[in-house]
Design a protein around this ligand. Sequence first.
Ligand SMILES: Nc1ncnc2c1ncn2[C@@H]1O[C@H](COP(=O)(O)OP(=O)(O)OP(=O)(O)O)[C@@H](O)[C@H]1O
Ligand SMILES: [Mg+2]
Length: 249
Amino acid sequence: MTQNQPSPTATPEREAAGTPIVVVDDVHHSFGSGPQAVHALRGVSFEIRRGELIALRGRSGSGKTTLLNLVGGLGTPTGGRITVDGTDLASLGETGLLALRRDRIGFVFQSFGLIPVLTAAENVGVPMRLRRLPAKEREERARTLLALVGLADHAEQRPGELSGGQQQRVAVARALANDPDLIIADEPTGQLDLETGRSIMELLRAVVRGKDVTVLVATHDPNLIELADRVVELRDGRIVEPGANDGTP
Ligand SMILES: Nc1ncnc2c1ncn2[C@@H]1O[C@H](COP(=O)(O)OP(=O)(O)OP(=O)(O)O)[C@@H](O)[C@H]1O
Ligand SMILES: [Mg+2]
């Protein structure tokens, strides 16, 4: 601060807009203890700005899923600090973390994670049910979201009646159900062929642009990384070199 007078434009909202949505600060995470302990994360620090699509890459076992889960409030790091939208996750209790996951974050998994007995529209409606949105509103919004992901004509089909790529589109629509600030996707294209996988990444890319959402996506796939704004690479629980995406795998 160079002046004592508060700037008339420095509203809390404006300040929030300039802050990163995710701050990961020297995060360590171990599973187990003693000589058997697995040190999955060994001092990871990085920030994600609002509206970025970040690809998290690294070999199997490098700590990607561990990091995504911690950023998503599924578990607490054994060291360091994670802030989402200015809130230190350590300051939230179980209820607070539950609300964060329900209201602010959308998750997309490699195995889609849809409920087999529910239709596409009902699956998209699940997070809205958790928020107790009235049925009519849920249905309308589910249909809007399914149209957004190109599945307007498949709303009544169950997951088993959809292709893998279509199921993942439903999962992306479901992740958007509660209008999240952040989407966390763990190898969302891992079970899809290259072309279908690319269309899912392009969908996430379009969502970032159109809906002002931030996306953190773990992927092994070098062909998909070029769609990211930035690549964060993990190796043995440490970040190798964060930087701009230069398109090289
Ligand atoms: N629940 C757990 N208990 C014990 N060790 C675990 C657990 N979860 C992960 N690990 C270990 O932590 C390390 C990081 O695992 P993580 O799942 O984060 O890797 P990843 O980068 O997501 O790998 P992949 O690309 O195969 O999904 C690995 O050595 C793994 O065996
Ligand atoms: Mg993983």
